[in-house]
Design a protein around this ligand. Structure first.
Ligand code: ADP
Ligand code: CDP
Ligand code: MG
Length: 215
């Protein structure tokens, strides 16, 4: 086991080996614009975008043994067991040469959050939270047109319920740690990105590496 330095003393043993990463969690309701703005952040600030939903959809397509279970959960707007999603995120982080990641749509409940911290030892630099009304999110989801099985009004209502009951408490947890940067996501796309730029530009000027202790 490596020795903890001043900068790493609160990072526990983890399954990432000695890879050092900076992680920003991107959270917000379905349709709040997370994926759209992550693409902008990648382009301007050199992060790699990992969307938990995209990873789960790719897992379905790959013909994995978990595919049917994941598909059913997404169709119902339910949250897939943490071990499945964390494994996908962990593999994506390890396979990527970058050390800066936007993790979009994760953690979506308390179990996601606690298990990820326990398994990877990663503590987010901050949480970018997209604040948007359900009315606006519903409008966007119904117009998204990506052929998703969950962008129908019945599943959307279930996803909103899960968001309020399971995902908002995660945001509140990070709020209590002073880690949430809240964005008014109801504005037009370029204006939302202007607000995001202020946050990432100040981040870029800080030393912000997380050092992971290897065993
Ligand atoms: N600020 C915005 N104003 C209007 N439409 C938006 C905005 N941001 C994203 N959209 C559109 O809304 C839909 C959902 O956006 P997306 O980025 O997929 O959200 P999320 O990943 O949070 O579900 C997409 O069709 C996208 O083009
Ligand atoms: N951490 C996560 C993220 C997504 N998911 C599943 O994937 C679905 C789509 O997630 P997404 O992040 O692509 O959805 P949007 O918020 O981008 O619309 C969710 O409704 C869940 O069913 C999950 O189970 N666990
Ligand atoms: Mg998305």
């Amino acid at each position: 086991m490596g020795s903890a330095t001043e900068a790493t003393k609160d990072i526990s043993e983890n399954l990432l080996g000695d890879k050092k990463v900076t992680v920003v969690f991107v959270l917000g309701g379905p349709g709040s614009g997370k994926g759209t703005q992550c693409a902008n952040i990648v382009e301007h600030y050199g992060f790699t975008h990992l969307s938990a939903g995209d990873l789960l959809r790719a897992e379905i397509k790959s013909g994995s043994e978990n595919g049917t279970m994941i598909q059913n959960m997404i169709k119902e707007g339910k949250i897939v067991p943490s071990e499945v999603t964390i494994k996908l995120l962990q593999t994506a982080i390890l396979e990527n040469g970058n050390d800066k990641f936007l993790i979009d749509g994760f953690p979506r409940n308390e179990e996601n959050r606690a298990a990820f911290e326990r398994v990877t030892g990663i503590v987010p630099e901050f949480v970018l939270f997209f604040d948007c009304s359900e009315e606006e999110m519903e409008r966007r989801l119904l117009g998204r047109n990506q052929g998703r099985v969950d962008d129908n009004i019945e599943t959307i209502k279930k996803r909103f319920k899960v968001f309020v009951e399971s995902s908002l408490p995660v945001v509140e947890h990070y709020e209590s740690l002073g880690k949430v940067k809240r964005i008014d996501a109801a504005k037009p796309i370029p204006e939302v990105f202007e607000d995001i730029k202020v946050i990432f530009s100040s981040l870029a000027s800080k030393v912000m590496k997380l050092v992971i202790i290897s065993s």
